[in-house]
Design a protein around this ligand. Structure first.
Ligand SMILES: *Cc1c(COP(=O)(O)O)cnc(C)c1O
Length: 398
């Protein structure tokens, strides 16, 4: 890497960090896809040294791959972390982080406003392996402290949280974590590394579903974990190697393409979402709007401190509850009805009847999912077309 890398800004690092043409034997300007399962050892001693972790190098793509390595170094750089590890999905990044930090049975204290899959992993799947989770209101410092026990292995949060878009005071939770000698893990998927770097506010480990804004085009599933070198080496040589959630080099290459335009896209997603949120606030069919960029958002000031812009995610409550929510979704044309976020295209979903449907009523309430909640992932289309589509859908409501 260039000797001037330390001076480069985000946009430049997103294009150059972790790779130079001389890293490739053909001087390829674009990062090559190393679509290879394995790597030839120089001789028997070289092979033995690699297996003994006495020398760094490639052995087998389930453990490490040169294209994945560029993605790992690049995201680590953009997040201000020492190292990274690319996984097959966001969920595998969360699972691997949890089992590596827990290192056996134990407890997690988590914000209750987390991705539906994360909630299910913590509440239903991990308990089968002796890892139990207590969910807390994330901006209540006392709630975190009260939930911490001798068995607690780490603290976990998302900001803004999915899908209620609560912004969490990362500095406050990091202080509590460190007071008890625990690590704070932050899922930074909604912000992407461009809008916020949780490590700046004290987080120890940051992870992303790269499926979302990093990939950015709704084409591939992936995840990444960044944090201290020592933690990632443990994760790679234990859970990553044994459980096998490795990323395909082709997907890593697509995420590298995504990173190149991440800053441009996040600016546009944020501009469009602010306009849509402001418009929604004025509609008579809308009961409430939650967007970190609106002054009405309960953590608007905190969002201004923690984020560069306010992102592409909005949620709002439609008058008429569950049925009106489903009807609105049937009325849109441009907005795609699907279970993803962070696509270039505008996406819409009614969580109560879809992503959070597997949760009980109590669990839905606990996670902040009301019957009338609509989640919008605002894309980078012309914003007037997005607003027109929503306007037509509102007008058609019975
Ligand atoms: C989508 C998502 C995940 C899970 O990622 P996958 O790539 O779908 O496995 C985790 N956290 C957040 C905030 C997400 O939006």
């Amino acid at each position: 890497m260039s000797t001037r890398e330390e001076e480069y800004n985000f946009e430049t690092l997103a294009l150059h960090a972790g790779y130079e043409p001389k890293d490739d034997s053909n001087n390829s300007r674009a990062v090559p896809i190393y679509q290879s399962t394995s790597y030839v050892f120089d001789d028997a001693d070289h092979a033995a040294d690699l297996f003994a972790l006495e020398e760094e190098g490639n052995i087998y793509t389930r453990i490490g791959n040169p294209t994945n390595d560029v993605l790992e170094q690049r995201v680590a750089k953009l997040e201000g972390a020492e190292a990274g590890l690319a996984t097959s999905s966001g969920m595998s990044a969360i699972h691997l982080t949890a089992v590596t930090l827990a290192d056996g049975p134990g407890e997690i204290v988590s914000s209750k406003y987390v991705y539906g899959g994360t909630y299910h992993l913590f509440a239903e799947s991990l308990p089968k392996y002796g890892i139990e989770t207590t969910f807390v209101e994330p901006n209540d410092a006392q709630a975190w402290e009260e939930a911490i026990t001798e068995e607690t292995k780490f603290l976990y949060l998302e900001s803004p949280g999915n899908p209620t878009l609560d912004v969490v005071d990362i500095e406050q939770v990091a202080e509590i974590a460190h007071q008890y000698d625990l690590k704070l893990v932050v899922d930074n998927t909604f912000n992407s590394p461009y809008l916020s770097n949780p490590i700046e506010f004290g987080a120890d480990i940051v992870l992303h579903s790269t499926t979302k804004y990093i990939g950015g085009h709704g084409s591939s599933i992936g995840g990444i974990i960044v944090g201290p070198e020592e933690f990632l080496l443990k994760a790679r040589t234990e859970g990553y190697r044994d459980l096998g959630p490795s990323q395909s080099p082709f997907n890593s290459w697509l995420f590298i393409q995504g990173l190149e335009t991440l800053s441009l896209r996040m600016e546009k997603h944020s501009d469009n979402a602010l306009r849509v949120a402001q418009w929604l606030e004025e509609q008579p069919q809308v009961e409430w709007v939650k967007y970190p960029g609106l002054e009405s958002h309960p953590q608007h000031e905190l969002a201004k401190k923690q984020q560069k812009h306010f992102g592409g995610m909005i949620c709002f409550g439609i008058k008429g509850g569950f049925e009106a929510g489903k009807e609105l979704i049937n009325n849109v044309e441009l907005c795609s009805l699907l279970a993803n976020i962070g696509d270039t295209r505008t996406l819409i979903i009614h969580p109560a009847s879809t992503t959070h449907e597997q949760l009980s009523k109590e669990e839905q309430e606990e996670a902040g999912i009301t019957d009338n909640l609509i989640r919008l992932s605002v894309g980078i289309e012309n914003v007037d077309d997005i607003i027109d589509d929503l306007e037509n859908a509102f007008t058609a409501l019975k």
